[in-house]
Design a protein around this ligand. Structure first.
Ligand SMILES: Nc1ncnc2c1ncn2[C@@H]1O[C@H](COP(=O)(O)OP(=O)(O)OP(=O)(O)O)[C@@H](O)[C@H]1O
Ligand SMILES: [Mg+2]
Length: 336
């Protein structure tokens, strides 16, 4: 089956006065129709830039310098801005961390949904209004009819994010790009929003690129996961396989930090050190300074991503040495 979204050898550069920085380097992945692909990694890994590049929303000085983004067989990384805007409303929906970036503060939520619907679909105003009402009830807004006339600031954070989901799904897109959709919300509400996103996608067969720094969210939401480090994918595979047998030492560190997957008496582990800045990426494998099992060549040669068993990894460790059980603490550097 051909992929719904296919990203091949994506490279994003950011031109600064002193140098051209490479934010995303040779990133490739596919998403099938209806599939949830999680993208995980610490802050600065390049997750948002990847999502923004697909949406065609990269801002100067960032730009796609190489690679290809295909949606449903159509090349979309060189479309004129107006075409891209059409595509964003109709075929790709976006959900960002802060609901207010997706909502217009000066327009009632009902009008925003109606406007999206009438811009992209051939609907009359009254058809659009009843569809907006259905969408609001579907995302769990109580007294939806009255809420049509509410402004974003009159709603709680959780309700706003529900409205954003209603907007994102309004035109029945094939793909949703959700960038940390719950990070800004109260912890008690996060699970509800993730559950809602999952349900809506499942019911409609919508594919999702779900960006998060939370392996726990990946564990109960995604089908496959791409682990990013310093602008590259270091591991890609099914969630079941990556969580049970993380192969890349960085993935092992992330997996070890999921509380629910760990024995209760074991302290939460963290990976020592931090993500390098764009202008100070280490040579060879960018993770090598933090890697507890590095080899001499890791500082010199960059490992390319390749298939190992049923996952792909970018690591020089021999396959047997780089597979471990998540219940083992070995091979993870700790801050503690
Ligand atoms: N306009 C810009 N100019 C310079 N550097 C930038 C710019 N935009 C992003 N970056 C850098 O690119 C890198 C990747 O950024 P990105 O926002 O994709 O990270 P992320 O994985 O989404 O992190 P987070 O979890 O914090 O959201 C970071 O080091 C960031 O500082
Ligand atoms: Mg981000």
């Amino acid at each position: 089956m051909s992929a719904l979204l296919s990203v091949a050898n994506l490279r994003v550069e950011i031109a600064t006065r002193r140098a051209t920085l490479v934010a995303i380097d040779d990133v490739s992945f596919d998403i099938s129709a209806g599939e949830v692909l999680g993208v995980v990694g610490e802050s600065g890994a390049g997750k948002s830039i990847t999502g923004t590049a697909i949406l065609g929303l990269l801002d100067h000085p960032a730009r796609i310098a190489a690679g290809r983004i295909m949606l449903d067989g159509q090349h979309i990384n060189a479309l004129p801005a107006a075409e891209m805007r059409k595509l964003r409303g109709k075929y790709i929906g976006a959900v960002f961390q802060d609901p207010l970036t997706c909502l217009n503060p000066l327009m009632s939520v009902g009008r925003q949904i109606v406007q999206t619907l009438t811009t992209h679909l051939d609907l009359t105003a009254s058809e659009a209004r009843s569809r907006a009402l259905r969408l609001l009830s579907e995302v769990g807004i109580p007294a939806a009819r009255e809420r049509l006339d509410s402004y974003p600031h009159e709603l709680s954070g959780g309700m706003r994010q529900r409205v954003v989901l209603a907007l994102a799904f309004a035109c029945a897109p094939k793909l949703i790009i959700a960038d940390e959709p719950t990070t800004a919300l109260d912890v008690s509400i996060q699970a509800q929003i993730i559950e809602l996103l999952k349900r809506m996608c499942r019911e409609r067969g919508t594919a999702v690129l779900l960006i998060t720094h939370d392996m726990g969210v990946i564990a109960d939401t995604a089908d496959r996961v791409a682990v990013m480090y310093a602008g590259r994918i270091v591991e890609l595979g099914s969630v079941a396989s990556v969580l049970r047998h993380p192969r890349h030492p960085y993935t092992r560190g992330l997996v070890a930090s999921i509380p629910s997957l760990r024995r209760r008496h074991v302290k939460l582990l963290q990976i020592a050190g931090s993500m390098p800045h764009l202008d100070a990426r280490p040579s060879g494998c960018a993770f090598h300074p933090r890697c507890p099992v590095r080899l001499p060549r890791c500082a010199i040669d960059r490992p390319e991503i390749h298939q190992v068993g049923n996952a792909s990894i970018a690591c020089w460790l021999p396959p047997d040495a780089s597979s471990t059980d998540t219940t083992s603490d070995k091979g993870v550097a700790t801050d503690a």
